[in-house]
Ligand binder design. Structure first.
Ligand SMILES: Nc1nc2c(ncn2[C@@H]2O[C@H](COP(=O)(O)OP(=O)(O)OP(=O)(O)O)[C@@H](O)[C@H]2O)c(=O)[nH]1
Ligand SMILES: *[C@@H]1O[C@H](CO)[C@@H](O)[C@H](O)[C@H]1NC(C)=O
Ligand SMILES: *[C@@H]1O[C@H](CO)[C@@H](O)[C@H](O)[C@H]1NC(C)=O
Ligand SMILES: [Mg+2]
Length: 394
């Protein structure tokens, strides 16, 4: 009974906090005249004197010394292509697999690992294996990794879901989406099938790859002492992560030892879209768009990351808000990792609607060099220049 009362009090305080944040946010937004108009113009500001306006239009130099073709398998890195995917997404996945096999994997033959919350169909297995010479693994997520945790209060999920709907957060009430974000935040690297694997390249169905990649990207990470690679850096909907940053600050106050001296805090808290920082309570919302990632799972398996995830999980924001795995990964990388270990794969031409990474290179076909999006007004969502300003620049 006592805990029932307590839960009610917690419920009320979460609702109250959300309301306070909303009012505060609206106030600041009004004060700022809603005038983030200049934002779009700022997107491609030069990072340094001498660099062009759009870094994608600078000449792409292929990394040297990493042309370790591994047809014999001996030189391959400890890595897999990894896709969490539903049976219903088979068509979209096939297109993406063809792109990746053509541009990269037919040269290196890294295994594919497909993961699903239900068993893959025979059709799914046959049609995906038919696209690649590499080994395909088909895995199911253990129920306890996917289920909504027992401490999540369904009534509170319902009430807070209504607030997310009012804030026009997509997939606000789709519980599987919340579970997916949680799994991609704190579970993928714990999946039994990945325990003996270090590197992963995350692949989402219906994404496109445009440029031939003639070196082993995993070896590149290893040889250059990198931990995490991304292609796109964008702002998030601050209303989906209102308490993520405050919860993070609580965690690092308890565990200051996890914060790396060469962290990217300045990038996480930059203030070029002030209403984002207000609504997200201090976080710029700029993040690595995690539908593409090339990363070292041992980072996520570290004590710092794993206890951070547990802390977030207990706080409940994967369900009461709509915390995405992209801001969660990004904040953790920005705080716990030496920022020099983060790599922009400028040379990997990529699309996940509605955003591209498209370099100027003769190795690319099918995307327009330098274009970030087909919808002009969305250019302001690009924050890669902020990453360069605060992280790569020094
Ligand atoms: N097995 C499984 N995979 C899922 C589920 N929900 C999402 N996914 C996968 O998780 C990844 C992200 O889901 P998406 O629906 O693409 O989410 P999103 O990229 O935020 O949203 P979109 O802009 O609609 O693409 C994709 O690889 C999906 O295939 C689910 O319920 N089960
Ligand atoms: C709002 O707009 C007015 C007039 O354009 C300007 O003088 C003022 O500085 C602006 N305020 C803020 C906070 O940007
Ligand atoms: C691959 O990496 C995992 C995680 O670091 C490790 O446990 C495993 O031993 C590695 N396998 C090989 C063959 O090096
Ligand atoms: Mg997607």
């Amino acid at each position: 009974m006592v805990s029932g009362q307590r839960r009610k009090r917690e419920l009320l305080s979460v609702i109250a906090l959300t309301l306070i944040c909303t009012v505060f946010g609206l106030y600041y937004y009004a004060r700022s005249n809603g005038s983030s108009v200049s934002e779009a113009e700022q997107v491609f500001k030069p990072f340094k004197a001498g660099q062009s306006m759009n870094p994608l239009l600078d000449e792409v130099h292929e990394p040297v010394g990493t042309l370790t073709r591994a047809e014999d398998g001996r030189q391959r890195a400890n890595a897999t292509l990894l896709s969490l995917v539903r049976n219903s997404e088979l068509r979209g996945l096939i297109g993406t697999m063809r792109d990746i096999e053509r541009t990269f994997n037919s040269k290196f033959n890294y295994p594919w690992t497909f993961i699903n919350d239900e068993p893959f169909t025979e059709e799914f297995r046959q049609r995906t294996q038919a696209i690649t010479n590499a080994e395909c693994r088909y895995e199911v997520i253990p129920k306890e990794q996917w289920d909504t945790p027992a401490w999540i209060d369904p009534d509170l999920v319902e009430v807070s879901g209504n607030i997310l709907v009012e804030d026009r957060i997509s997939y606000a009430k789709m519980q599987s989406y919340h579970r997916m974000c949680r799994w991609n935040s704190g579970m993928f690297y714990k999946h039994p099938a990945l325990q003996k694997v270090k590197w992963y390249w995350r692949v989402e169905p219906s994404t496109r790859y445009y440029c031939s990649i003639d070196y082993d990207v995993f070896k590149y990470m290893e040889d250059n002492d990198k931990t995490y690679g991304y292609v796109i850096n964008i702002y998030d909907s601050p209303q989906s992560i209102r308490t993520l940053w405050p919860t993070t600050l609580e965690f690092i106050a308890e565990h200051p030892e996890y914060v790396h001296p060469n962290n990217a805090m300045a990038w996480l808290t930059e203030n070029s879209r002030p209403n984002h920082n207000v609504l997200a309570n201090g976080y710029s919302t700029c993040h690595f768009w995690s539908n593409f990632e090339i990363g070292d799972m041992d980072f996520f398996r570290s004590k710092a990351y794993d206890s951070y995830f547990d802390y977030l999980d207990q706080a409940g924001g994967f369900f009461y808000e709509r915390w995405g795995d992209a801001p969660v990964h990004s904040i953790a990388l920005g705080l716990f990792l030496d920022k020099s270990k983060i790599h922009w794969f400028k040379d990997i031409g990529y699309l996940h609607q509605p955003y591209y990474n498209c370099p100027a290179s003769p190795k690319c076909r099918g995307c327009e060099a330098g274009k970030f999006t087909d919808a002009g007004y969305l250019n302001r969502e690009n924050c890669i220049d902020k990453f360069f300003k605060y992280v790569h620049a020094d």
